[in-house]
Design a protein. Structure first.
Length: 135
């Protein structure tokens, strides 16, 4: 299990960004939705807590799952709903890696955000199928 947390100041001074992390990984759906909005506005207005688990079910099959709660450090007006928001919501991610041969792996990823209604009207999701050949 990995546990990860981060804090971004949310103000106009990017030099006071603070980050603490144990473990690693990627916020699969949030990277596409929240990060694009935050970075476009040059603010690091985010704090989050993430827990992830990884288990090899066989020599060929690896399964991963994660849950991430994210919120802005400072409340802001959502560009989607025009409401003041104090949380982004919760993201759930899964990933399966299946080794087909020594150098070929199939990867399936899926993630969904249970977005806060004040931040976004929909629950964005993402699905990725990938075939990786290593040489």
């Amino acid at each position: 299990a990995n546990i990860e947390a981060a804090y971004g100041s949310g103000d106009d001074d990017p030099s006071d960004f603070r980050l603490t992390a144990l473990g690693g990984g990627e916020d699969f759906v949030y990277d596409e939705v929240i990060e694009n909005f935050i970075l476009r506005n040059s603010l690091v207005n985010k704090q989050y807590a993430k827990i992830s688990l990884m288990q090899a079910l066989s020599k060929r099959l690896l399964v991963m799952a994660a849950a991430i709660y994210q919120r802005p450090t400072e409340t802001f007006i959502s560009p989607y709903t025009k409401k003041t928001t104090d949380t982004y919501g919760v993201e759930f991610d899964t990933q399966l890696n299946y080794t087909l041969t020594k150098s070929l792996t199939y990867i399936f990823k899926a993630g969904i955000v249970a977005a806060d209604d004040d931040w976004m009207d929909s629950d964005p999701f993402k699905i990725v199928n990938r075939l990786v050949y290593e040489f």
